[in-house]
Design a protein around this ligand. Structure first.
Ligand SMILES: [Zn+2]
Length: 377
């Protein structure tokens, strides 16, 4: 059993809902209990904890390793300000995917990861994707038959799924996932804009939540006569869009284009793999060798593997791209929380979870609290 959370307070410049930065004191136990304004003393920046809806690994651990790998990655990313994350599976043989998901469920049932980010569920990235748009996913794609979808939903652990809308049985599968409260992500797809728009519409009509999985990556680009997956996602009024802002996966202007089109729906993710937080060297992703050099992770083929990004770095990159801090913070906290239907986090507001990050002037993480508990940095 875990001990109760003792009351604590933090003084500094609080990033309030709505985006204003106000000197004051944040009081909290497991939840935020009060926001007290003044006096005007400056101090560190106090922002909502980061929510990463797409992360495979970090610190040497990977979701595909099972519970121990998830423990490792949840602790490593918490040290970089991530207070909520979805451990993300790779497209792998069916039994391996199921085993990884059972590992996540096991951890959640045991009360989560002490000293790590909160885990409200897993992200299933494939195997229901296009063989033409694998990216760094191994070629183990499958059709989302009703039997497979039911087998997955019976595990009661999936909170987000990535699928390609053009594959056989995709629409029925998307509706089944949405009906179970799972965010339906469009990704690793060769679909045209109309096919994507139709699937998004079907999910919304059914009351479900949608997203684009690492916008621009593994989905082709945007053209005047062919708006493609990106065009369909950005013009949809409800779909959120994941972006890997690591300086390698997309051009700064592509990020700013997404932000201009969907200012409240862009969310930053890491898509980080095992090697994140480990420096340059040799690593592994979904059973494939990976080389990390200068922070860029590639497969033997030379194609980009996942990233070694952390959420604090994503925040810095967004600000360096010209996005004001308050807006960048929304992309890291409120937007991803909303995309998952998590209404108990994402802002510094009384009654919400005390998921809090303290940053210095250089946006370096100084303190992290997950549900009011301090994370050892
Ligand atoms: Zn991924």
């Amino acid at each position: 059993m875990t001990s109760p959370v003792s009351p604590a307070s933090l003084r500094g410049r609080l990033l309030l809902p709505g985006g204003s930065l106000v000197s004051g004191t944040l009081h909290f136990g497991a939840d935020i209990t009060a926001l007290e304004e003044g006096p005007e003393t400056g101090g560190p920046l106090i922002v909502p904890g980061f929510v990463d809806t797409h992360v495979h690994g970090g610190g040497g651990g990977d979701t595909m390793d099972g519970a121990e790998g998830v423990r490792t990655l949840a602790r490593m990313h918490a040290r970089h300000g991530t207070t909520t994350l979805l451990p993300t599976t790779m497209t792998n043989p069916w039994e391996r995917v199921l085993a990884a998901l059972r590992g996540v469920r096991e951890l959640m049932d045991a009360g989560g990861v002490p000293g790590g980010a909160d885990i409200p569920g897993a992200h299933l990235e494939g195997p229901f994707i296009s063989p033409q748009r694998l990216g760094a996913q191994p070629p183990c794609t499958l059709t989302p038959t009703p039997e497979r979808v039911q087998e997955l939903l019976a595990l009661n652990v999936i909170r987000a799924v990535t699928l390609a809308p053009e594959i056989e049985e995709a629409t029925d599968a998307a509706l089944a996932f949405a009906g179970a409260g799972v965010r339906v992500g469009i990704g690793h797809t060769a679909a045209d804009a109309e096919t994507v728009a139709a699937l998004l519409q079907a999910v919304h009509v059914a009351g479900g939540r949608t997203a684009g999985t690492h916008l621009f990556n593994a989905m082709g680009g945007i053209q005047g006569r062919e708006p493609g997956v990106v065009g369909a996602l950005l013009t949809d009024p409800h779909a959120f869009a994941e972006v890997i802002l690591d300086g390698f996966h997309l051009h700064r202007l592509s990020f700013l284009l997404a932000r201009a089109a969907a200012p409240d729906r862009v969310m930053l993710i890491t898509d980080a793999m095992r090697a994140a937080g480990q420096g340059d060297g040799e690593s592994e992703l979904g059973g494939q060798p990976v080389t990390v050099s200068g922070g860029r992770a590639t497969l033997a083929s030379g194609s980009l593997a996942g990233s070694v990004l952390t959420m604090d770095m994503a925040l810095k990159n967004a600000v360096a791209a010209g996005v004001p801090l308050a807006e960048a913070s929304r992309m890291l906290s409120l937007a991803p929380a909303r995309s998952l239907g998590l209404s108990d986090r994402g802002e510094l507001r009384v009654g919400l979870r005390a998921d809090v990050v303290v940053l210095d002037e250089e946006l370096k993480v100084r303190q992290v609290y997950v549900g009011g508990r301090s994370v050892a940095l």
